[in-house]
Design a protein around this ligand. Structure first.
Ligand code: MG
Length: 294
């Protein structure tokens, strides 16, 4: 099932998409009103999700035309910073070290974790602010986003997937000068508007497990990144297991699983985004997320 947040007649709503993608059913119309996607996540049980899915599949008409609603990120205002993996595909490790060795080189026997402030996640189709005055080196990173469905603490490796609510696409937009100049990546990863997310959440049951999915990005239609999430160095169970040993990962936590090779800084010379460039990140079984740099 695909779950989305959207705006209709000035109201922010959560809904489920019809199997053909044409209609969106507000959850209140399905008898389960929620204030936000995070509320739904916290209330969700496998039974509730199955019930909603069955309703959506059996509906004949009703709902709203998907084309008529204003698209938003599925979790537009995450309660906490997004957790991110740095350098989680080997080919991206190589291109990053080539770009700036002191920032990205060296051995990494353990996963690289960092966080990204997201005041408001951009939705599919949104124009992103351009901070050329702050940093001319604006870059894209297509990533699999994992959303946790319940609080996770001390999760055994073999139970990790039970904590996953679903998956989405994240473009971990990055201001490379800020990212590398300040040593810690936080500032360069957290500019307003630089976390496009969506276009929806695909629930865990609707994708293979583990989710081994083709992942790609295009800039103005030109293929830049193309890989498969099975090539991640540290996989989803590893991350949930490891991080939950020391901290509680709350329901609704978003984890961006890292990006494969082909980002702008990986080219010689680098190919950073210019005003008007459209970036499309696509993941098999989830969909496509397109944003234009203003
Ligand atoms: Mg990233």
């Amino acid at each position: 099932m695909r779950l989305l947040t959207f705006c209709h007649q000035g109201r922010e709503m959560v809904g489920a998409l019809s199997p053909d993608g044409e209609r969106v059913f507000p959850l209140e119309e399905l008898g389960h009103p929620v204030a936000s996607m995070e509320d739904l996540i916290r209330q969700s049980t496998p039974q509730l999700l199955q019930e909603l899915d069955a309703q959506v599949r059996s509906r004949d008409g009703g709902g709203l035309a998907y084309a008529s609603v204003q698209k938003m990120a599925p979790i537009p205002r995450p309660r906490q910073d997004i957790l991110c993996l740095g350098i989680n595909y080997m080919d991206h490790a190589e291109e990053s070290a080539r770009f700036k060795k002191e920032a990205f080189g060296g051995e990494r026997p353990y996963a690289v974790y960092f966080s990204k402030r997201v005041n408001r996640a951009a939705g599919d189709g949104e124009v992103l602010p351009n901070y050329a005055h702050l940093d001319p080196c604006i870059d894209y990173e297509a990533e699999l986003g994992v959303i946790l469905g319940r609080d996770a603490k001390d999760v055994p490796l073999e139970e990790a997937f039970q904590y996953v609510f679903g998956y989405t696409i994240i473009n971990d937009m990055s201001a490379r000068t800020l990212q590398t100049r300040h040593k810690q990546w936080y500032f360069g990863k957290s500019l307003d508007g630089y976390c496009p997310m969506g276009p929806w959440i695909v629930t865990r049951d609707a994708l293979p497990e583990p989710p081994e999915l083709e992942i790609s990005s295009r800039v103005n239609g030109e293929l830049r990144q193309h890989s498969n999430t099975r090539l991640m160095i540290f996989d989803i169970p590893h991350v949930i297991h490891e991080l939950s040993q020391g901290m509680t990962l709350q329901a609704g936590t978003v984890i961006a699983m890292g990006t494969p090779a082909g980002v702008g800084m990986g080219f010689v010379p680098p190919r950073f985004l210019q005003s008007g460039d459209a970036v499309t990140c696509e993941i098999q079984g989830i969909g496509a997320l397109t944003n234009t740099l203003g």
